[in-house]
Design a protein around this ligand. Structure first.
Ligand code: CO
Length: 209
């Protein structure tokens, strides 16, 4: 097995580029992190969280999984959220999906993809709940893109429904949850126009859906 030397070379270049601008960058960062944002995004290699929003190490707390899902029994995601809210005191949770998501596409297919189909069952549920709206869209990739958006909206609600966020709001901690989508075709983010920062906002969004 080769040592992936290119990656280590890249890493040295990356670190020296940063220290050229700020010689104390890593030294300062070692002491603590204080990001204001939690990013919940897709694992897709084409959606690199920090790069997309131009943030440096230390500025974005990140959780990624296939199809950017927030599942109430997923201890991994919940632990990230709890740490971000209770310890890091982040101010914004960004759920960011992306058009052309392979996970979303797979959830709409009848063929088997293995174990991952169990995970994607959650997206399929969103599809089933919105079948009439989605099926009215004539173009297949547009249908897929709409499900990508609806999936983000569902995950925004899921974040808001967690005991972590509910407790935070109850004790007056200010946290806003945003729903965004990223377009692989042009590298641009789109705000889906949902931003909830209270239990009341959450109820309104749930009723709209
Ligand atoms: Co994806």
């Amino acid at each position: 097995m080769k040592n992936l030397t290119q990656l280590f070379k890249n890493n040295r270049q990356w670190a020296s580029k940063i220290t050229e601008v700020n010689p104390d960058f890593f030294h300062d960062l070692k002491k603590q992190q204080s990001p204001e944002y939690l990013w919940i995004g897709c694992s897709d290699s084409r959606v690199p969280a920090n790069e997309i929003v131009g943030l440096l190490p230390g500025e974005l707390f990140v959780h990624r999984n296939i199809a950017n899902l927030v599942i109430h029994t997923d201890m991994n995601c919940l632990s990230v959220l709890q740490y971000a809210v209770d310890i890091l005191k982040i101010k914004h949770v960004i759920v960011c999906g992306h058009y052309g998501c392979g996970g979303v596409k797979a959830a709409m297919e009848s063929q088997s993809h293995g174990l991952v189909d169990n995970w994607l069952r959650h997206v399929r549920d969103t599809w089933c709940r919105n079948q009439a709206e989605i099926e009215a869209i004539p173009n297949e990739s547009e249908r897929n893109n709409r499900l990508c958006e609806l999936n983000v909206l569902d995950q925004v609600i899921n974040v808001g429904m967690t005991t972590i966020i509910q407790d935070a709001w109850r004790r007056g901690q200010k946290i806003a949850i945003h729903g965004w989508i990223y377009d692989l075709a042009d590298g641009l983010l789109k705000d889906l126009g949902v931003c909830i920062s209270s239990h009341e906002d959450l109820c309104v969004l749930q009723k709209e859906k």
